[in-house]
Design a protein around this ligand. Structure first.
Ligand SMILES: *Cc1c(COP(=O)(O)O)cnc(C)c1O
Length: 413
């Protein structure tokens, strides 16, 4: 859906900048909403009331900030990438979510939602996971807060991500293999939802990205917005100015919406989301939903979606498991449609190159997901000598060692 086909683009862009979206129906313009079976509506309405009552209450925010500061390791550092800047010709700043507990931004959301679950009186947590990173973050947050946790994971993903299955189990979480459907993330989400509906009063569903039915895209954004809030203040303190550009990788869209949110009103800041270009533009060769998708419904929300001619969900490919999802959060669909954020792609090869460059120049081994943002930043830097770019480094790359060993080190002695 392009800017031209959105009749009230100017009004929606202003509403985004003023922080007035989603609206009371959970919509970001035409996107978002709640496309779920009737049985799920009461649970979502209860969650929505809980979010309204607690999320911005002073005592909840105090408790959350305490956990973020003393357990997650916030505020995370803002690092000037000295040697990368010299090499690329622009000033590159890195917001270091790789330094957050469990190695990525996902813990911000998991901690916030686990705390919310306690407030709402839940006795157990269910979550889904694909690559396992959200499962590990949820397992850690639940252990910390003393909540029993069950994580649904496709059996194919359990084989591919065995170390994360072990981490979850060590953290006291029950990992349930999903053998239905595509036996990966999509089927795992369906199973987690089924579990939740069976007992919506005692169970809390901890969703891992800025996707799903209302209020999840809003809730996850609010919990990840700490990234952009901190980075904005840190960069202003360090340089006295806002960045010229802000870049983050986009899977479901949580680290990016968290990084972007505080900057959306700043028209001088060019905002760029980088999706997984995989092996190329062909159907099934990438996970670049905004770039190549069409509007449709997946997991309870209306957004951009990778689908074939018949509207069937398309299999995706990316070298980074965390970006390998055929949907994207509804707020991103609107940010793209009104032209506030530009979405680009970076392919597998560019991401691997980004891992190598950041590791060798700055002593930081980034997650393959985050390396897509590095690739986007390199392109931008080379076109804008002397200017300033802020990059959200969503996570660290230790989890990717098996892939990196094959892709980057296979030829080494
Ligand atoms: C999960 C993950 C992502 C992608 O998820 P978003 O919701 O798009 O942020 C990006 N980076 C890392 C390190 C991840 O673990």
């Amino acid at each position: 859906m392009s800017v031209q086909t959105l009749p009230d683009a100017a009004r929606l862009r202003a509403a985004l900048a003023a922080g007035r979206l989603p609206d009371e129906r959970g919509r970001f313009g035409p996107f978002g909403g709640r496309y779920v079976p009737e049985t799920l509506i009461p649970a979502l309405e209860r969650l929505e009331r809980g979010v309204r009552e607690h999320l911005h209450a002073q005592d909840f925010q105090q408790e959350l900030t305490q956990q973020l500061n003393t357990w997650v390791g916030r505020p995370t550092a803002l690092t000037f990438a000295t040697r990368l800047s010299a090499r690329w010709g622009a000033k590159v700043w890195l917001k270091r979510e790789d330094l957050a507990h469990t190695g990525a931004h996902k813990i911000n959301n998991a901690t916030g939602q686990a705390l919310l679950a306690k407030r709402l009186g839940a006795r157990r947590i269910v979550a889904e996971t694909g690559a396992g990173q959200h499962g590990v973050a949820s397992a850690a947050a639940c252990a910390r807060l003393g909540l029993p946790c069950t994580v649904y994971m496709g059996e194919i993903d359990m084989q591919r991500q065995a170390p994360n299955v072990g981490r979850m189990r060590l953290l006291g979480t029950k990992v349930v293999p999903v053998t239905s459907g595509d036996r990966t993330l999509r089927a795992a989400i369906d199973e987690a939802l089924r579990d939740w509906v069976a007992d919506p009063l005692d169970t809390y569903y901890l969703l891992g990205s800025a996707v799903g039915p209302h209020p999840y895209p809003y809730l996850v954004r609010e919990l990840q917005a700490v990234i952009g809030r901190e980075a904005r203040a840190q960069l202003l303190a360090a340089t006295g100015a806002l960045p010229d550009a802000l870049i983050a990788c986009v899977g479901g869209g949580s680290n990016s919406i968290g990084a972007f949110h505080a900057f959306v009103p700043d028209d001088s800041v060019e905002i760029i989301g980088v999706e997984a270009g995989g092996k190329g533009a062909g159907l099934g060769d990438n996970a670049a939903t905004v770039a190549y998708g069409r509007p449709g419904v997946l997991h309870g929300t209306y957004s951009m979606l990778l689908q074939n001619e018949d509207g069937q969900i398309q299999e995706t490919h990316s070298v980074s498991a965390g970006l390998d999802y055929p949907g994207v959060g509804p707020e991103h669909a609107l940010l793209a449609a009104v032209g506030r954020v530009r979405y680009e792609t970076a392919g597998d090869a560019e991401a691997l190159e980004g891992v190598r460059e950041l590791s060798e120049c700055e002593g930081i081994l980034p997650a393959l997901e985050s390396a897509h943002a590095i690739a986007g930043a390199k392109r931008w830097a080379q076109r804008h000598p002397g200017r300033t770019v802020l990059v959200c480094l969503s996570g660290r790359g230790d989890k990717d060692m098996a892939t990196l060993q094959q892709a980057l080190l296979a030829g080494d002695a």
